[in-house]
Design a protein around this ligand. Sequence first.
Ligand code: SF4
Length: 416
Amino acid sequence: MSCSEMPQQPALDFVDEAGKDINLAKEMQPRTPSAAPAETRNGGRVKGNDINAQGLYRPDYRILTPNMRSPEYVQMSTAAAITLGVLPGKMYRTSCTRCLNLLLTYPEGCRANCAYCGLARHREAERDYADRNFIRVDWPAVPYDDVIDIVAAGGDGGRFHRMCISMITHPNSDADTVTVLRRWTEKIKDIPVSILSNPTTMQRQDVQQLHDLGAEIFTVAIDAANPEVFDRTRGSGVQSPHSWEKYWSVLEDAADIFGPEKFGAHLIVGMGESEHDVLSQVQRLRDMGGHSHMFAFFPEKGSLMDHLPPTPRAQWRRVQLARYLIDYRGVRLEQMRFDEAGRVVGFGLPQADLEAVIDTGVAFRTSGCPGKEGEDISACDRPYGDSPPSDIASYPFKLNKKDVAKVRRQLGPCNC
Ligand code: SF4
């Protein structure tokens, strides 16, 4: 069954702040995290109330959050819950998602503190983990056995092309990822699994074990596109435990163990890095045999960067297009041209060829692990995970002519 396009009112063009073309490093500074009161730390509130979970839990910060823990419980994106049929709802212009994105859950939550992330530790005073928004949406919690039973019985109507286990920074997440993967592969044979890893707690043998248990693709959310932005947004700058070196080291292990086309990395555009920085990492990944999965920065409500501007569309479109050319059209970074601020000013292709690529619209769709539609079409379409529907950054569906025309306007003139 396909995800059908839903008729909706046309969305208005989004207008970036006058003349704004790029998010500069000097303006993209996170707020300083404040310490949470002792009683709210490490899931203290949830464990103290110790409410029994009963089936589906819909995030609601006005009621006491049940005590839920993986592997018995997992959270899933709102789009996945709608597609699975455990939550009613409609999405703008698409009826489903192709990827069952699962997130490990614990009352203690993620112990890291990434500045752009809604799941970060600094929120423990304000909101229990299972109630926190993440990539702009709620993540309902569902008993994992129920998820497997529904999918095994064909309850998704064949719409899921992939399942993904998102680890978080928690002492149990390595072992629980193994359990969640093992239980899936025992019962579900036709939906491959990706791992969105947490390198900080992992060693090479953990990567090997996930491969040997049947994970198909291994990904690392590097997110920040240079070491300074990494440290500022998810390292010592925000009292978070991650390091650039460790992330790349685990990615290199994944390249060895999973092999070409079977590993990748997330990168967020617009956190103060240059376009050249991002595309250097894209080329590095391609040279290793992997792919990059791109996100436009969006000021996630409640995060340490929620006061900052989203990525200007011109910047985002340039990077999307250049990344697609490197990943799927054999163009190299060295063939592209950049200005003194690192903006792409030449894509390394003759104008007619570039126009033909833009016309297909594929470069502007959500990027991620593939499904059954094509190697360059992501199953992980994350509807509205990096923008509202009124200002789509990553298109979770095939672009129509009007969409392509809008992207062209956002891209602006280019001297290729
Ligand atoms: S490790 Fe992942 S889930 Fe945890 S705060 Fe960082 S980005 Fe969010």
